[in-house]
Design a protein around this ligand. Structure first.
Ligand SMILES: *Cc1c(COP(=O)(O)O)cnc(C)c1O
Length: 503
């Protein structure tokens, strides 16, 4: 890539230069000979071509094949407005996956911006290691209030993966300190996803993401995924009597003396492909873990904060886990924050004089960050003020109704929906359920088509994902669905014709 910009001096693009109160100054400067960003009047200086070039030159994008990315026109987002994202050219896109599943009340929400601003004038950060801060305290109290019963202690971190790591370490140490030293293993589910750090990958079950790291991982027992469309036990939903639960129970009985906890994404396996569990599956898992004295870790990083239409997916089957992991929606999508909630029973096993070393020796630098906590508080307040969950009911029904016509498309294998989590699985052959070859990149192509039509989405392999912001307006939701439908129709139709119509 060309290192030396032909251009130099100051260049601006009219639409990125604004001084309204809504936006922190974003002036544009092409710096001179040495190609370094300059700062003038407190704002960043850039122009679009420079940004595009620097993006490819300096950023290693997550979960992205950078060889392909290098050939693509980067889409650079500059502004958010409700359910829309706006790029540096001023194009508006519906944020169809809520900026990777985090958005609740939309972009640019005044109350959330004000909460951050107000707190930033007071205190931006102080450590939670042995010190407290006001927003962290208030938020902990609120989380305990809204969480399933029995969860009364809040341990903060900054992302979903760490919220799971913390639950794993706590569960392990709990048993160690109770004298049950043989318990070193976990049970989790195939197709499960719990994050990208080594511990959370160890309990994960997505081969594509996790296989290469195999030698680094600790051993876990995997129970079959309740993926009815492609049942790992080769049974049928109508007649199986939830045989996967029997499999789960067998694994529990066989290994219970060496197991600390069972890890599950309640009700929907998200990154595994929006796999919706049959009703009763979750409560059966809870019943079996209780009966055999195993702890249950509910990873609600994706499902929490209203995603499924309930505040937490655990509420749907009225289960009470021993750990609840939350992140993504906790701040409404404004700042990184996570929490691991647990019970008095777990907490008390960590108490004792310092020199018994029962302390939980874990804590991230930005744990309990006051800015993140203050926006999380306002996020939860807004759920009540704006009746966010109640207002979802109509939109969930609309989604359900509009999704029906997708099943008529010849390459739609299955449409799965739980609240505002939707997965549309595309298949090469509907009758045999044969998937597309990976090199056909069907999910990616549909996503690119949707982008041309003004929608941003991100697929999970061949599963097209819709995760609209909870506060999306009905007409925008309708438009999102229509664009998705058209994009699937056009792309799958083209591939059917042997790709010859590709633009
Ligand atoms: C996204 C996700 C995680 C990981 O969260 P990060 O913030 O990306 O580390 C963990 N569990 C589930 C269920 C998720 O969807």
């Amino acid at each position: 890539m060309d290192d030396h910009p032909a251009e130099s001096g100051i260049r601006t693009i009219a639409h990125v230069v604004r001084s309204d109160e809504k936006f922190f100054a974003s002036f544009v400067l092409m710096s001179g000979a040495n190609d370094r960003p300059s700062v003038k009047d407190g704002g960043f200086m850039y122009d679009q071509e420079t940004l595009a070039r620097w993006d490819k030159q300096y950023i290693w994008h997550p979960f992205t094949q950078m060889e392909e990315y290098a050939d693509m026109e980067p889409l650079i987002i500059e502004e958010g407005d409700g359910s829309y994202l706006i790029d540096v050219e001023g194009n508006r896109y519906i944020d169809g996956v809520s900026s990777l599943w985090v958005l609740v009340h939309g972009h640019g929400k005044r109350e959330l911006i004000d909460a951050i601003e107000k707190q930033s004038n007071m205190l931006c950060h102080s450590t939670l290691l042995g010190l407290a801060n006001t927003p962290a305290i208030i938020l902990a109290r609120m989380l305990v209030d809204i969480a399933p019963n029995g969860l009364s202690k809040v341990f903060y971190s900054d992302n979903g993966s760490t919220s799971v790591e913390i639950a794993l370490k706590m569960a392990y140490q709990y048993w160690q300190q109770r004298g049950e030293k043989k318990r070193k293993r976990f049970i989790s589910f195939s197709n499960g996803y719990h994050g990208d750090t080594i511990g959370s990958v160890s309990v994960g079950g997505i081969n594509l993401f996790h296989k290469v790291y195999g030698p680094l991982l600790f051993k876990t027992y995997k129970s079959p995924s309740p993926y009815c469309y492609r049942c790992p036990l080769k049974l049928h939903k109508e007649t199986c009597g939830m045989a996967c639960i029997e499999e789960f129970e067998k694994i529990v009985i066989k290994h219970k003396d060496e197991v600390c906890a069972v890890v599950i994404e309640p009700h929907v396996q998200g990154a595994g492909g929006m796999i919706v569990q049959p009703d009763g599956f979750l409560s059966a898992v809870r019943k079996i873990t209780k009966a055999h004295n195993l702890l249950l870790i509910a990873d609600e990083v994706a499902t929490g904060f209203g995603r499924t239409g309930n505040m937490f997916a655990c509420n749907k089957e009225r289960i009470e886990p021993d750990f609840l992991c939350v992140a993504k929606g906790i701040t409404g999508g404004y700042l990184p924050l996570a929490a691991t909630l647990t019970t008095e029973e777990i907490f008390s096993a960590f108490l004792g004089p310092f020199d018994t070393f029962k302390t939980f020796f874990h804590g991230h630098t930005y744990t309990g960050n006051p800015l993140a906590c203050s926006v999380a508080i306002e996020n939860i307040n807004l759920f009540e003020k704006e009746k966010t969950l109640e207002n979802m009911n109509d939109k969930i029904a609309l989604l359900k109704k509009e999704l029906q016509r997708f099943s008529a498309l010849p390459h739609v294998g299955e449409v799965r929906q739980e609240g505002f989590m939707v997965g549309i699985e595309l298949v090469k052959n509907r009758k045999t359920k044969r998937p597309y070859a990976p090199k056909e990149k069907i999910g990616q192509k549909v996503t690119q088509e949707a982008r041309r039509r003004g929608v941003i989405m991100r697929p999970l392999g061949d599963v097209i994902v819709l995760m609209p912001p909870l506060a999306i307006e009905k007409p925008t939701l309708k438009r999102l669905i229509d664009v998705t439908y058209e994009s699937i129709k056009v792309i799958t139709g083209m591939l059917e014709n042997g790709d010859k119509n590709r633009r």
